[in-house]
Design a binder for this molecule. Structure first.
Ligand code: KPL
Length: 319
């Protein structure tokens, strides 16, 4: 069984595809209302042509509000948790699910958040937890409470250390990796997940705040020299920060950012979606983290800092 916490676009995509290919899935929502809607409607995944790619009815999988975690876990303890909420929701999630039911086998958590800093924060409150950072480029867009548009198939990397390979290999492969592959996800294990996380951090730090400030779709960033200039500034500042910390990077990342904009041209970035929904954005975990890393290294990242402040201010005004 796989427990997916978070019924946003990624949570619905993974829950729908896994359930459709026979994996036992429990999906955890923020509210009871959301759980009821999903149980009633099932999950629908549309492809980019607007055709139904996957539909699973509500009796194919389980769905419950996170408030029921302790009660339901005492009957059926979670083993593999996919944490698919935003960074900002992590504290609330951990408050609900910890202490983890005292079973002989502690659950292991695969963490799919954008940005950096969350793994360390989770470890602080759950030091005995087995955590796998994950980076995914799956492009999913929420269409309704129980439906998403799978705009672009991506790649999912799951970080795995040498010790975990030795201790867990058989089980993880059978219960997680093979399930994801069977569900059609392009997934691989990576011993260099930090490299992937820093690449994704820079992609998000360049695309997300600009689309949120200008309220444009990802593809529209490429249509104007001023927008491209701002993207390049954010990229160059980010690279300076990485160099100051000795973080490995690749000049090909710039072209990859362009490609992400092309592949997700019609999408709202997650930050723009948050701004439009007047909810908390992940700017602090993305641009804010880069600014803090710059300061730790005795340099500055002024464009990231201004965008961080502008977006935080926008949320304060609207929220
Ligand atoms: O991850 C994304 C996000 O919106 O958070 C990108 C890659 C920018 C796609 O929209």
């Amino acid at each position: 069984m796989i427990d997916i916490i978070g019924a946003g676009s990624l949570g619905l995509l993974f829950a729908g595809r896994l359930a459709a290919t026979g994996t036992d899935v429990r999906l955890w929502t923020r509210t009871l209302e959301q759980a009821r809607t999903i149980a009633c409607d099932g999950i629908t995944v549309f492809d980019k042509e607007g055709e139904i790619a996957v539909h699973v009815s509500g009796d194919t999988f389980k769905v419950a509000p996170l408030a029921d975690w302790q009660r339901l876990n005492s009957h059926a303890p979670a083993q593999w948790i996919f944490l698919m909420t935003k960074q900002g929701a992590i504290r609330e999630v951990l408050e609900q699910i910890l202490p983890v039911a005292d079973t002989t086998r502690k659950p292991e958590m695969i963490c799919f958040q954008n940005g950096i800093g969350h793994i360390e924060r989770i470890r602080q409150v759950w030091p005995e937890g087995v955590l796998y950072p994950a980076v995914t480029t799956e492009g999913a867009k929420r269409q309704g409470p129980a439906s998403i548009l799978h705009a672009g198939a991506g790649v999912t990397e799951i970080g795995w250390s040498e010790e975990q390979v030795k201790a867990q290999a058989g089980n993880f492969e059978e219960c997680v990796l093979n399930r994801l592959l069977a569900a059609g996800f392009d997934v691989c294990l990576s011993k260099e997940i930090e490299y992937g996380m820093y690449r994704k951090l820079l992609i998000n730090a360049v695309i997300n705040p600009l689309t949120a400030i200008w309220r444009i779709r990802n593809g529209e960033l490429l249509s104007d020299p001023v927008r491209l200039h701002m993207m390049r500034r954010l990229f160059d500042e980010g690279i300076q920060v990485y160099e100051a910390h000795g973080i490995r990077w690749d000049s090909a990342w710039w072209e990859q950012i362009m490609n992400v904009c092309r592949a997700t041209a019609d999408n709202h970035s997650s930050m723009l979606a948050d701004v439009l929904a007047q909810s908390t954005t992940e700017v602090a975990s993305i641009n804010g983290q880069l600014v803090q890393m710059a300061e730790q290294a005795g340099i500055t990242a002024p464009t990231h800092k201004v965008l961080w402040q502008l977006i935080e201010g926008m949320r304060l005004k609207e929220g």
